[in-house]
Ligand binder design. Sequence first.
Ligand code: Z5A
Length: 211
Amino acid sequence: MSGRLVTIEGGEGAGKSTVLDSVRARLESHGITLEVTREPGGTAFGEAVRQLVLDPSLGPVCAESELLLMFAARAQLVRERIRPALAAGRWVLSDRFTDASHAYQGGGRGQPGERIAELERWAADGLRPDLTLLLDLPVEQGLARAAQRGAQDRIEGEQATFFERVRAAYRARAAADPARFRVIDASRDVTSVRDDALAAIDAFVAAEGRA
Ligand code: Z5A
């Protein structure tokens, strides 16, 4: 039986990294063999692209270049790691995937949705997550949390209005695909957010007959 692709998404300071280890541990506790990755990144090539695309010293980068770099890293990740893992029956947990391109490059930068969808079909080999946890919180709150972490990357340096468009795009995607998305109120304390994420994982694993 092929594996499943589970993704965690959210805007700035949503707490993805904070819940990721718990989600990983919960999946493994169900006897699931798992690979964990992140985007952009996850392969040697993808991590090099990540350095490039998030480097604040490079100045303005046009939206087209940014979109293509996200998909360049994703194309490699899908073929080098995700497809082989799924084919071997392993599950994959990814910190971000194509929904981030729809939210940041689509909602944030205004790139047309059909262009991103075409890249999804071609560069990402049509691969869609089976479950997506969307950590959703007000932009101001997320930016305040992210500010505690210190140095900003190039995209983190954007204005709040950019992140409002990112949030709206994420929420619109979740509303359009409720079977795949679980929207978690990430404005609460870490324990509450983590509990909801783990409950969503347990329900999904049970539905897949793996509990
Ligand atoms: N990007 C894109 O534009 N297009 C794409 O296709 C893809 C990505 C794939 C890198 O992503 C950037 O690439 C990102 C989107 C863009 N741009 N930006 N900006 P990333 O996921 O690596 O980077 P990030 O969004 O900045 O995420 P992060 O640094 O991993 O943040 P997080 O995981 O969501 O948050 P965190 O590190 O877990 O928590 C942030 C702080 O808040 C930290 O101090 C925590 O202790 C604290 N925290 C967390 N949860 C809570 C709660 N519940 N209460 C209070 N405090 C909390």
